[in-house]
Design a protein around this ligand. Structure first.
Ligand SMILES: Cc1cc2nc3c(=O)[nH]c(=O)nc-3n(C[C@H](O)[C@H](O)[C@H](O)COP(=O)(O)OP(=O)(O)OC[C@H]3O[C@@H](n4cnc5c(N)ncnc54)[C@H](O)[C@@H]3O)c2cc1C
Length: 371
């Protein structure tokens, strides 16, 4: 199956297929190192390499092209989970500055991020505020022309290696966004997860921050950001899914048992058919959500939630079936499908767990229901 065939779909323009092919040739030549042990060092190098190659430019645009960010995530995820992670975090954390930042904030952060010279992080979640993000307790108060922040943020990707954080805190006017330099926070409490990524709990104790956008408008900014990034989480899970299917198909055609190739058994074929169908359905949902956003005709919240929910849930099943087809090899540490099995799990949790996406979709459907 041509892994690039879907870029000919009507959601795309010729520039998208060209970008995907450029990313593919970069990724196949340059991402071998991204499967090493030291996730911090790998991510630092990935950000520099992406900056030099020009890919981070897509993360600092004031009108981000969601299809481009999504397809880059799909291509990078196919090759290495950490590559997708490093690219996605640059976008998730910098797009809010591009969307709402003052001219001074944009000047200070966007060019450095695009060049791969600064690592960004996005700090919304707290120990008592995950799915219920509005329950956040970090506070912000005015201090002269600046702001002082106090509180604890957790599950912060890039915590420990980030140069700056976009932090959401409660001000007198309501939830507001701030940019906080790494030197202002304590990111020494690191968190280890099933597929190693740089991550930390960060403590703000009298931390100085610069207001991002208007005071009281931070939650709306976070939600606008999610409308952009949820379709790209779906796209990343498609990258993992396509890789899992390719590995499984290769194994099933090569492996002989009971005198035949594994792929000749109908139970194997049923798994392969389900994988291919779920990948196409997920791609249609993901790139529809991205396309709707790129049309600039209003919000894509429902489409983004559907895409994220369906593609991440399907990816879990596809990767699990790939492990099953590979037998013992599928759980051998370092095998591509074993890596995917660990990588794919968190996608059903972050940026809104599946249950949260269901609430978003149902709320939107019920809004249109007769009273
Ligand atoms: C790998 C990873 C990276 C992350 N990176 C970041 C980051 O960079 N910045 C950041 O701010 N946060 C980040 N997070 C945090 C992430 O956004 C939260 O983990 C997520 O919002 C869920 O919050 P929680 O873990 O507190 O779970 P909880 O909110 O306690 O939810 C637990 C579970 O309850 C279920 N649930 C939730 N709501 C409902 C409901 N209404 N009805 C029924 N069931 C429900 C879901 O299954 C959910 O998984 C990251 C998390 C992970 C795992």
């Amino acid at each position: 199956m041509d892994r690039f065939a879907h870029y000919e779909w009507p959601f795309f323009e010729p520039r998208h297929a060209a970008l995907a092919r450029r990313a593919e040739s970069f990724a196949s030549a340059s991402l071998g190192f991204a499967h090493g042990e030291d996730a911090d060092a790998i991510c630092r190098r990935l950000v520099q390499d992406f900056g030099c190659a020009g890919f981070l430019h897509h993360c600092v645009s004031e009108s981000p092209d969601v299809r481009s960010i999504a397809l880059l995530r799909e291509v990078f995820a196919y090759h290495a989970g950490l590559a997708d992670f490093a690219f996605a975090m640059a976008g998730l954390s910098t797009v809010p500055i591009a969307l709402a930042g003052s001219a001074a904030l944009k000047k200070k952060y966007l060019a450095r991020t695009a060049a791969g010279e600064a690592i960004a992080a996005f700090a919304l979640s707290e120990p008592q505020a995950g799915s219920d993000a509005k329950a956040l307790a970090t506070t912000a108060r005015r201090d002269g022309s600046g702001w002082i922040l106090d509180g604890t943020k957790t599950w912060i990707s890039n915590g420990g290696i980030a140069d700056f954080f976009v932090v959401f805190a409660r001000a007198e006017e309501g939830i507001s966004a701030f940019v906080v330099e790494a030197g202002e926070v304590d990111a020494s409490e690191r968190i280890e997860i099933v597929a190693p990524h740089p991550m930390a709990t960060i403590k703000l104790s009298g931390a100085r921050g610069e207001l991002l956008g208007e005071a009281g408008q931070g939650f709306q900014l976070a939600m606008r950001n999610l409308d952009i990034f949820r379709p790209t989480v779906a796209a990343a899970s498609l990258g993992f899914s396509r890789r899992a299917m390719d590995e499984a198909v290769r194994h099933a055609t090569e492996r002989k048992l009971f005198g035949r190739a594994l792929a000749e058994f109908q139970m194997s074929q049923a798994k392969i058919a389900d994988m291919a169908t779920a990948i196409d359905a997920g791609s249609l949902l993901a790139y529809r959500a991205a396309w709707v956003k790129d049309q600039g005709k209003g919000r894509n919240t429902r489409e983004a939630a559907m895409a994220k929910m369906f593609a991440t849930e399907s990816a879990q099943k596809i990767v699990d079936d790939a492990v099953q087809l590979c037998g013992g090899l599928g759980v051998m540490r370092g095998h591509p499908v074993e890596r995917l099995y660990r990588e794919v799990r968190a996608l059903r949790i972050y940026e809104g767990a599946t249950e949260v996406q269901k609430l978003v979709i149902a709320r939107d459907v019920l809004k249109g229901a007769p009273a």
